[in-house]
Design a protein around this ligand. Structure first.
Ligand code: ADP
Length: 213
């Protein structure tokens, strides 16, 4: 479960990126987090992964309280949250090599890349590379996945495939938080949509409000 209570984030520059956010995401939910550039989406992701700390307010992720988390617990938190970045960046989170190796065939099959096991990254299409990013995020068997603009560089058909894949992974039990600014894509899925504007949640619902914008 993800819970933010009255979260404020002011950067050292003086910018208040989040001006009091309260949000609760239950285990197993699929949530789109949308909003214009600069509205605070990345700040929320960084808070949820423990990369930055809130200026005030409370954050809990998968049983970890991020307000007073011990340094040595951060790897455990990060193992419980798989993050998919648009730029395919990989982050070390410290499962043992043996555990990772055991899960590789499973996650490759899940993302539909079992035939491409021996390929180099430059031999894969953009959509396939993004499937690799999803496979990586799944390797620690996280209870939550946060996908940051997962379809950023893909054409509409590939984007839809990636979103369907995230939906399938969600159906298998993983909580899914998808940050995107692709309204058309969001509107094709009947999911909860949380809209952020200038550091405030301006709507939270089944997507109808988002359609109307
Ligand atoms: P989004 O992901 O929705 O584009 P961000 O969370 O990146 O929004 O940014 C929210 C606001 O915080 C913006 O005004 C941005 O300029 C500012 N901001 C983001 N990161 C930093 C930082 N490291 N230092 C200072 N200001 C930042």
């Amino acid at each position: 479960m993800i819970r933010l209570s009255d979260v404020v984030k002011e950067y050292e520059s003086g910018t208040t990126a989040l001006k009091g956010i309260s949000l609760r995401i239950e285990d197993g939910e699929f949530v789109f987090l949308v909003g214009p550039s600069g509205s605070g989406k990345s700040t929320i992701i960084k808070l949820l992964t423990g990369e930055i700390v809130p200026t005030s307010g409370q954050i809990a992720v998968n049983g970890f309280s991020l307000t007073n988390i011990a340094e040595r617990q951060i790897p455990l938190l990060r193992r419980s949250v798989g993050v998919i970045f648009q730029d395919f960046a990989m982050r070390a989170v410290g499962s043992s090599p043996r555990e990772i190796k055991k899960r590789i065939p499973y996650v490759l099959e899940l993302v539909g890349l079992e035939e491409k096991t021996d390929r180099y990254p430059n031999e894969l299409s953009g959509g396939e590379q993004q499937r690799v990013a999803i496979a990586r995020a799944l390797i620690n068997n996280p209870s939550t996945i946060i996908a940051d603009e997962p379809t950023g560089n893909l054409d509409p058909a590939r984007s839809l495939e990636i979103m369907r894949l995230l939906e399938r992974i969600n159906h298998l039990g993983t909580t899914m938080v998808v940050v995107t600014h692709e309204k058309d894509l969001v509107n094709q899925f009947k999911k909860r949509v949380v809209t952020l504007e200038q550091g405030i949640i301006t709507s939270d619902g089944d997507g109808v409000g988002y359609n109307a914008r």
